[in-house]
Design a protein around this ligand. Structure first.
Ligand code: GDG
Length: 918
């Protein structure tokens, strides 16, 4: 509707501009308008076709083909030029996407049969076409009189051109339909491999034609040199550009869509000026990026999706405009016969190839549908031939244009049907999800006036999972902890959330005392937490806590069983409280699909031996289809323990473990923060007011401000941090009154002795240090604040702090470190413990060992004295890393990883930890 209205407005504007046509000044306006007109018109026709379950691409093409001749009257020279640039970049972009789709590692053992299948298909199609062309030559009206070597050269070129496939169309149909599965993967691999071979065959056939037609076409060495440059130069340039782009993704990683388009523009431009095949270069670049770079979460995928759609619409509309339906009318019968022959040969080739290669015939039998389309590469070949050999190349081009018209219109429809039959279109509609956690995303509380208010959980993890649930719908199962939680649920203990715009169910589980304390406070927090964190707090393992833990985990499993509507719904389990949920669930639902993320470190196998029930925990975790840790170090420790304790078969290369007759994939996926949201808060106009408020609240007058934000937990190394602060003021007394350190320390798990002890220790230590360094009338050295702040206040505080200290004695990741970086511009220093998982990524922080007070104090002084340009350099490098992997990427990596286990083998980046020194 909106698009229709917009189209009318643009059409009116186009007519108006046309009326002003005499005025030269309207040139660029006309270009922009005509581009807009094409974009909207084609998008609209695509939408209409989409409603009838036909490919949108066909709609774009049709719009181009039908409106093309009229557009021809409208468009200015400027627009024609712009369109050419856009279509050139689009073709390269899609060749690059084609390369990105071929992951050799992911195809693994299937690569060999795919290569065989492609080879046999190509051989049958090209030789079949050549044979028929030889016989039917007199009727083809190309150069009927030609004979001998010349006829052979022409037929070789014709066979290669007619056989060629379209990565553009294949990738576009897959992108547009959101298809996932074995057929999409197979066809993309076949098309890319086949076109790579055909690009080389074309260069060879062209050289042969030059020799036979141009009286030798120069000396042999020159010819080989030119060929080597066309093919080798393209591949080498593509590899170089791909490697640079991979480095960019790894170390910079921002503005990906723009840079991606820039890369395509460079490939197109350099290819045409340096006389090598830009498409080959683009495929090579894509292959390098996909196969050599470290996977970058969602950044590249979403960039491609975002940038591809409008470019594709324009591209296909422009291709449609050049389809020349009139040619089709005159050459109709011949073109139709060739098209039918080509399709028949493709079917024969695939069927024979399947027998030879032994590739799965179920999927393979639909592969031919994806090989019918033809577009840019074929037309590109044809234009080269017609330029070099005008006497007969022109006729070939006309025939190919007619063929492309037929194949472009029929190909996407056929392929879409093939994808549907092969089951690759199933996951298009987002499937509901089940999230399971101890803590709930919304708590209902009774206010003083008797009203009930829903409070959302704070913290990036809860926010990211909540966003995912809003998008996909489903059920979140959690322990009901709010005092008004029971008042708002229905008969099935469920309430729709978020309260303002309900999108999913929150199913609450009631766990009474003393069971809850035993399960949560006892086994999870007095047993597993200190077991997994290498700190001097002894884990306490009591049988009654273990019984409660098992019982509560079984209750969670029973709730999942009740809520699980379909066997293939993904279940995403959070953290160490729920290690036994998966095995309990498998009793009811052996086929359930579960992933568990372990947010805290996993201990060394020697330390794990402290736990009497370690084997049950290990086996329980291996009941998940996917098990994810923060770091490689944790993953290695887990795999070692699985082998040692259970005798499980560990396949290190494949990241999976076989135990008790089933496979579990074990990966590392470091968590991130909601970078964009934090940056938004940092840039908001309210920030300044909030900073004023905080300055008053904390009486911040000092020249230098530092900050620490933690749950009051003994793992966070707060006493060590206070000792280092004490030390620097002893070393440099002039800092008294000049330095204020704001410590936000929100009490948590206070009912446990170990936590009560750290609360007391920190309080007493701060009082003592402040007294020691007190300046009459001046601010205290440490401002201690124990009630939680809102995220906006936190961001305001981060931005006021010249340095931030994260001094964990051991930490899975530590989100405060990443939040501080996300909130900053160029200034500020992060002092970060090497024992926090974040230190593996944020290597530009000042890395400290919290146990070494002198070294720690020295680092603090370095932070205070650090020149602005060094701060900026370090902060920029860290910001790129934090921006490149946000919390949404983390969640979707895990879920897509889980879902892909049933479609394609898992492919994860693996991060090493060996580089970190302690
Ligand atoms: C585990 C792992 C891993 C703190 N005070 C306030 C406040 N916070 C927020 C911070 C941050 C979060 O709490 C604490 O982050 P941590 O990373 O330290 O988390 P843990 O609680 O230890 O949790 C840890 C994490 O899971 C995620 O996987 O990183 O290693 O132990 O986001 O900002 N937030 C607000 N007000 C406060 O006063 N709004």
């Amino acid at each position: 509707m909106t698009r229709g209205a917009a189209l009318i407005v643009v059409a009116a504007a186009v007519l108006w501009v046309q009326a002003l046509a005499g005025d030269a000044a309207v040139g660029s306006a006309a270009t922009a308008l005509a581009l807009g007109f094409t974009l909207l018109g084609a998008a609209l026709v695509g939408d209409v076709l989409g409603r009838f379950s036909l490919p949108r691409i066909t709609g774009y093409l049709l719009f181009g083909a039908l409106a093309g001749p009229y557009l021809g009257n409208l468009i200015t020279e400027g627009m024609a030029g712009q369109l050419q640039v856009v279509t050139g970049i689009a073709t390269t972009l899609i060749a690059l996407i084609a390369g990105l789709t071929l992951n050799v590692g992911r195809l693994g053992q299937r690569l060999r049969p795919i290569v065989q299948l492609t080879g046999v298909t190509l051989l049958i199609v090209t030789s079949g076409l050549a044979l028929v062309a030889w016989i039917a030559w007199p009727w083809l009206a190309i150069a009927p009189g030609a004979d001998g070597l010349q006829r052979l050269a022409m037929i070789a070129l014709l066979a290669v051109m007619v056989a060629s496939f379209s990565p553009t169309m294949t990738a576009a149909v897959i992108t547009e339909t959101g298809a996932r599965g074995r057929l999409s993967e197979l066809v993309l691999a076949m098309v890319v491999l086949a076109d790579l071979a055909l690009l080389i065959a074309f260069s060879l056939a062209l050289a042969f034609a030059r020799v036979t037609f141009q009286d030798g076409g120069g000396d042999g060495a020159g010819l080989i040199g030119r060929l080597a440059w066309e093919i080798g130069g393209a591949v080498a340039f593509g590899v170089l550009v791909g490697a640079l782009f991979a480095l960019y993704l790894r170390y910079v990683g921002r503005e990906v869509p723009l840079v991606l388009l820039g890369v395509c523009a460079v490939l197109t431009q350099v290819g045409s000026t340096q006389q090598f095949e830009p498409l080959l270069a683009a495929v090579a670049a894509g292959l390098v990026i996909e196969n050599l770079s470290v996977a970058q979460g969602d950044a590249l995928k979403s960039a491609v999706q975002r940038s591809v759609t409008p470019v594709l619409i324009i591209f296909f509309a422009a291709v449609g405009a050049s389809l020349r339906l009139d040619t089709l009318a005159t050459l109709g019968a011949v073109a139709l016969a060739v098209a039918l022959l080509r399709t028949g040969l493709i079917r024969l080739g695939v069927a024979t190839g399947l027998r030879v290669s032994g590739f799965d015939a179920g999927t393979g039998s639909h592969a031919w549908t994806g090989l019918v389309s033809q577009a840019g590469i074929t037309l590109g070949f044809a234009s080269v031939v017609s330029t070099e050999f005008p006497s007969w190349g022109g006729q070939m081009q006309t025939l190919l244009a007619a063929l492309v018209a037929l194949h472009e219109l029929a190909g996407p429809i056929l392929f879409r049907q093939g994808l549907a039959r092969a089951g690759d279109l199933e996951p298009v509609t987002p499937r509901p999800l089940v999230v399971v956690s101890n803590r709930e995303p919304y708590l209902h509380r009774t206010m003083a006036d008797g009203s009930i208010v829903a409070t959302p959980a704070t913290g990036g993890v809860a926010v990211a999972l909540d966003a995912l649930m809003r998008e996909r719908g489903g059920v979140w199962i959690a322990h009901g902890a709010g005092d008004a939680d029971r008042l708002v649920v229905d008969a099935t203990d469920t309430v729709r959330v978020p309260p303002q715009k309900p999108a999913y169910d929150l199913r609450r589980l009631w766990i009474d005392e003393p069971t809850f304390s035993s399960y949560y406070g006892g086994f999870a927090n007095e047993g597993l937490w200190p077991l997994c964190h290498q700190v001097d707090v002894r884990p306490k393992f009591r049988s009654e806590d273990w019984m409660a833990y098992r019982y509560v985990n079984e209750r969670f499993a029973a709730a999942i069983h009740e809520e699980l509507q379909q066997a293939n719904t993904s279940v995403f389990i959070q953290d160490y409280h729920l290690a036994l949920v998966a095995p309990a669930l498998r009793v009811y639902r052996p086929q359930a699909r579960t992933a568990l993320f372990w947010h805290i470190p996993w201990p060394h196998p020697d330390r794990l031996r402290i736990c009497p029930w370690r084997r049950d925990i290990l086996a329980g975790l291996l009941s998940n289809d996917l098990l994810a840790f923060q770091l490689e170090r944790d993953r290695h420790h887990f795999l070692a323990a699985a082998g040692e304790e259970l005798g499980a078969e560990v396949e290190l290369e494949a990241s999976r473990v076989r135990y008790d007759g089933r496979y579990s994939h074990v990966v590392s996926v470091p968590i991130g923060v909601d970078y964009d949201h934090i940056q938004e808060i940092a840039a908001s106009p309210e920030l300044e007011g909030e900073q004023r408020r905080l300055r008053d609240l904390f009486c911040l007058k000092a020249k230098v401000v530092g900050v620490g934000v933690d749950r009051l937990d003994y793992t966070k190394g707060i006493p060590e941090r206070l000792a280092a602060l004490d030390q620097i003021v002893r070393l440099r007394p002039e800092l008294r009154g000049q330095l204020t350190f704001v410590q936000i320390g929100v009490p948590s798990r206070s009912e446990l002795d170990s936590y009560a002890a750290v609360e007391q220790e920190v309080g007493a230590q701060i009082a003592e240090i402040n007294a020691r360094h007190a300046v009459p009338g001046g601010p205290p050295l440490i401002r201690y604040h124990t009630s939680p702040l809102t995220l906006s206040s936190l961001v305001a505080l981060y931005r006021m702090a010249d340095f931030c200290i994260v001094s964990s004695l051991h930490d899975g990741m530590n989100l405060v470190a990443k939040e501080y970086v996300a909130a900053r511009d160029d200034a500020g220093v992060l002092v970060l413990s090497s024992w926090a998982g974040a230190a593996q990524e944020l290597t530009d922080a000042l890395i400290i060992n919290p146990y070494d007070v002198d070294g720690f104090a020295e680092a603090l002084l370095t932070a205070i004295d650090m020149p602005a340009d060094e701060q900026a350099l370090r902060m920029r490098a860290m910001r790129r890393i934090v921006a490149g992997r946000n919390v949404f990427g983390w969640a979707s990596d895990i879920l897509e990883g889980l879902e892909s286990l049933w479609t394609k083998p898992l492919h994860y980046s693996v991060r090493g930890w060996e580089g970190t020194s302690v």
